[in-house]
Design a protein around this ligand. Structure first.
Ligand code: HEM
Length: 210
C-alpha cells in the first residue's frame, strides 16, 4: 500500500515538468524562443532523472529502505520519456526532420553526437525494464546490461559541458553528483572483491586446522 502510494506520488511528480511546459505553451509563456526553452527543460529533466535513478541503490543501502528498489524502474522510464521528448524536440520542432540540416549541425556541434549516444544507450535499458526481461536475461546478465546507465550518465554530463559556452557551473554540479554516485559503486565493488579474497584466503588456513 505504502509502495503503491509512493509510486503514484512519483508518477504525478514526474509529470509536473511536462505539465509546466504545456501550461506555458498554452498561455504564451515560453518566451521568444520556445524551442530553446523546451530543449533545455527536457534536457535538464532527463539528466536529473538519470541521476535520481542512480541515487536509488546507494540510498536504499545506506538507509536500509529496501522498498526503494520498487520505484527505480519508474524513475528510469521517466528519464527515458524526457530523453525522448528532448530528442523529438530536436529532430521535429528544431530541425523538422531535415536530415541535411541535422548532419550539418552534427558536424558543427559534436555535443549532439554525444547526447545522441547517451540517448541510444537508454533504449535497451527501457526495452528490458520489465520483470519478464529480467527472467529472460537472467539476473546477472540483466544487471550487466543495465550498467550501461553509468555510461549514459557520463555521456550526458559530457554533452552538457560541451554545449555550454561560458558558465560551466551547472554541468560541473551534475558531474560532481555523478562522480559521487559512481565512486560509491566503485567503493562497494572494491570492498566486495577484498572480502571475497579474504574469504578465499581464510579457507585454506581453516583446512590446515583440520
Ligand atoms: C540522455 C540523453 C540526453 C541528456 C541527458 C541531455 C541533456 C541535455 C541538457 C542538460 C541540456 C542543457 C539544458 C540547459 O541548458 O538547461 C541539453 C541541451 C541540448 N541537447 Fe541534450 N541531452 C540528451 C540527448 C540529446 C540528444 C539525443 C540530442 C539531439 C540529437 C540533444 C540535443 C540537445 C540540444 C540541441 C541542446 C541545446 C543546445 C543549446 O542550447 O545550444 N540532446 N541536453
Amino acid at each position: 500500500m505504502k509502495l503503491r502510494l509512493t509510486k503514484l506520488a512519483i508518477f504525478l511528480a514526474a509529470l509536473v515538468p511536462l505539465e509546466r511546459l504545456a501550461w506555458k505553451a498554452l498561455h504564451d509563456g515560453l518566451g521568444a524562443n520556445p524551442i530553446e526553452v523546451i530543449t533545455h527543460s527536457t534536457g535538464d529533466w532527463t539528466l536529473i532523472l538519470i541521476l535520481t535513478t542512480l541515487t536509488i541503490t546507494p540510498l536504499r543501502r545506506i538507509t536500509r529502505q529496501y522498498w526503494l528498489i520498487g520505484v527505480r524502474r519508474m524513475i528510469g522510464l521517466f528519464a527515458f520519456f524526457y530523453g525522448t521528448l528532448h530528442f523529438l524536440t530536436y529532430i521535429w520542432l528544431d530541425k523538422f526532420f531535415d536530415i541535411h540540416e541535422m548532419l550539418k549541425d552534427i558536424a558543427k556541434r559534436p555535443f549532439i553526437t554525444v547526447g545522441f549516444s547517451a540517448f541510444v544507450l537508454m533504449i535497451p535499458l527501457a526495452l528490458t525494464s520489465t520483470a519478464w526481461s529480467i527472467r529472460r536475461l537472467g539476473g546477472k546478465n540483466w544487471q550487466r546490461l543495465h550498467r550501461l546507465i553509468y555510461l549514459t550518465g557520463i555521456l550526458a554530463v559530457v554533452h552538457y559541458s560541451w554545449l555550454v559556452k561560458a558558465d560551466l557551473r551547472k554541468p560541473i554540479e551534475y558531474g560532481v553528483v555523478l562522480g559521487i554516485l559512481l565512486a560509491y559503486r566503485l567503493g562497494v565493488w572494491a570492498w566486495e572483491k577484498a572480502s571475497e579474497r579474504r574469504q578465499q584466503q581464510a579457507i585454506p588456513s581453516a583446512e590446515k586446522l583440520v
